[in-house]
Design a protein around this ligand. Structure first.
Ligand SMILES: [Fe+2]
Length: 290
């Protein structure tokens, strides 16, 4: 048995996609991952921040079992997406021309930073993909931190930032979500969420790498400085975080599965398609950033 596991692990092929972020992994069937393979996948996620798999054929049970390898799935009630029948942990992201994604209104974000404990990561699985469009872009917050000037690193050291869920889900940008009665109730819940504080520079709990932990979607202000200074510095940082060298852009195919480390990345779902795009997502519970 041990020999088989070692042989299976040896067939994993991890290929870096661009220097800053992302690796493609071949040679693994995610419906049956051995412990030895999972150890390699975990190491790859820590090293590359986002890992990409092709041609996976997973049932919802397989998907959930794979997600549980990474940690405890977040409760279904935490997100506003529809859920898969019998699998409340699985968010269903389903868009087309009649249910359009948030064209021009989507923004760069790290998932759930409006909460005390943002998610550790996500598993996203593609079931139906438009012929063109619908890409996702991820940014390495480690690369973004590393590229800051030493003076800016000193300025941000020890600084905290406020994050608010309502910034990304306000009725001014996502009014389509809150039309019916259930939506209105959900919006009241989101408005009632208290703002949270996170360090502007986060240290990854496993790798020890530092990451620039502010995002346009949720971060509302830097604490300890006045509003004008906060707006100006955050404006600079949001612009810095859009630097192409820190990014990887993925064009999805049906059967693709991506895992990202939400502690040191942000992402952007490009809303440029009309044909159906159907994905299943499971988010994994995370720690309080420090
Ligand atoms: Fe997201």
């Amino acid at each position: 048995m041990r020999k088989t596991q070692i042989a299976a692990a040896a067939r994993l092929l991890v290929r870096k996609r661009v220097p800053a972020i992302g690796a493609s992994i071949d040679g693994v069937d995610l419906a049956r991952v051995t412990d030895a393979q999972f150890a390699e996948l975990h190491a790859a996620l820590i090293a590359h921040h986002v890992i990409f798999f092709r041609d996976q054929q997973l049932t919802p049970e397989n998907l959930l079992a794979f997600a549980r390898r990474w940690g405890e799935p977040q409760a279904a009630t935490e997100s506003s997406f529809g859920k898969l029948d019998d699998f409340p942990e699985i968010d269903v992201l389903d868009y087309d021309a009649t249910r359009p994604p948030y064209v021009t209104k989507e923004m760069w974000h790290t998932d759930f930073t409006g909460r005390e404990r943002p998610t550790m990561g996500s598993v996203l699985y593609a079931l139906e993909i438009p012929e063109s469009g619908g890409d996702t872009i991820w940014v390495s917050l480690v690369a973004a931190y590393d590229a800051l000037s030493d003076r800016m690193k000193q300025y941000l050291a020890g600084m905290r930032a406020e994050h608010r869920t309502v910034k990304a889900f306000g009725d001014d940008i996502r009014s389509n979500l809150w039309k019916d009665d259930a939506g209105k109730r959900r919006f009241e819940q989101i408005k009632a969420l208290a703002p949270v504080e996170h360090p502007a520079i986060r240290t990854h709990p496993v790798s020890g790498r530092k990451a620039l932990f502010v995002n346009e979607g949720y971060t509302t202000r830097l604490l300890g400085v006045d509003r004008k200074e906060s707006d100006a510095v955050l404006g600079y940082l949001f612009d810095h975080l859009r630097t192409p060298e820190f990014q990887i852009r993925h064009h999805w195919r049906k059967g693709d599965l991506v895992v990202w480390d939400n502690r040191i990345t942000q992402h952007y779902a490009v809303a440029d398609y009309a044909a159906r795009r159907l994905m299943y997502r499971i988010t994994i519970k995370g720690d309080k950033p420090d």
